[in-house]
Design a binder for this molecule. Structure first.
Ligand code: NAG
Ligand code: NAG
Ligand code: NAG
Ligand code: NAG
Length: 281
């Protein structure tokens, strides 16, 4: 009994020692392998990430090539619009305007121009369909341009115009026409009375121009004013902007400075003022 107990006690000790060894081993070697595993695992997701990234790139490449394919198909299959030019066209009242529709791959399709406001059919290919003969379709085969010419444009012609190509379904390109009417005014017009010896200050203002006028010319009795004349004291100051102002200054006014002064901005209507230099005594 005692021996068994001893044996049993020894066995227990042996088992405990064995267990300790096992646990120690179990803690060391599995831990190492775990570390390696961790290393591998930490490496693997990286690789997976890399792979994933690569596959994403591949996907993007595929997507891009799909995109290219779509474009290529579009090139092969149908017309498309050259959108590089501005969709906004500003025109002056009365001055012929062009809405330019540049079409690639048109093939044998028909081009129509439609006024968006009332869906009025204006032109079909080179034929004007509306009774308003101011609308003409102008074709430039080299450039692939189908322009809508608007003769004598009025402010009411402002709006959206659509260039349509007869595919199924039709494709369209919208353009915006803004017809503006510049207004030129001169302060004190039509008649300005000035005392001899004082300074004549003529102020010409140009409004509603899409961009400032390149030049503003002044004339006196229809003759261009010479700012370097022996008379001297004549100068002009022009401030360009959304509103452009030109000041014509004539110092020490004389009777001979009287007469008709006209301000002529480029791309806008001229304006005239009659200056009366009076003896101020
Ligand atoms: C643990 O991984 C490293 C690097 O992969 C390797 O050099 C080492 O031999 C591995 N150790 C074990 C115990 O697997
Ligand atoms: C075109 O005109 C519209 C409306 O007048 C404006 O909102 C837009 O900014 C313009 N675009 C360009 C490129 O001028
Ligand atoms: C246009 O051309 C295509 C071939 O490119 C042809 O199938 C089609 O019938 C033509 N349409 C007209 C109206 O001529
Ligand atoms: C000319 O008149 C305008 C106002 O119309 C004024 O702003 C400007 O200062 C005047 N210039 C001179 C030199 O008197």
């Amino acid at each position: 009994m005692y021996r068994w107990m001893l044996t049993s006690d020894a066995m227990r000790k042996i088992i405990v020692v064995f267990l300790i060894i096992c646990i120690q081993n179990g803690f060391t070697s599995p831990h190492q392998s775990y570390t390696n595993d961790t290393f591998h695992q930490s490496a693997r997701p990286k690789q997976q990430q890399l792979f994933h990234t690569t596959s994403t790139e591949n996907f993007e490449l595929d997507y891009n090539s799909n995109d290219k394919e779509v474009i290529n198909n579009a090139l092969n299959r149908g017309p498309y619009f050259d959108t590089s030019a501005s969709k906004n066209v500003t025109a002056l009242v009365g001055k012929t305007a062009y809405l330019n529709c540049r079409i690639r791959n048109l093939g044998n399709r028909t081009v129509t121009w439609i006024r968006h406001r009332d869906l009025h059919l204006l032109t079909v290919d080179k034929t004007t369909y509306t009774s308003d003969q101011r609308f003409v379709s102008v074709h430039n085969p080299q450039m692939g341009d189908w322009s809508l010419q608007v003769r004598y444009p009025q402010r009411r012609d402002s709006g959206v115009y659509e260039c349509q190509v007869s595919t199924t379904p039709p494709v369209a390109y919208s353009m915006i026409l803004s017809v503006v009417e510049p207004v030129t005014t001169i302060h004190g017009s039509p008649d300005l009375y000035i005392d001899t010896g004082s300074t004549v200050n003529l102020t010409c203002i140009v409004r509603h121009l899409p961009e400032p006028p390149a030049t503003i010319q002044w004339t006196h009795n229809n003759e261009e004013i010479n700012y370097d004349s022996p008379r001297g004291g004549v100068s002009v100051i022009t401030e360009k902007g959304e509103i452009t102002t030109s000041y014509l200054l004539i110092q020490r006014a004389k009777i001979s400075d009287s007469g008709k002064y006209t301000c002529t901005p480029s791309h806008a209507n001229p304006q005239t003022v009659n200056v009366h230099v009076l003896n101020g005594y």
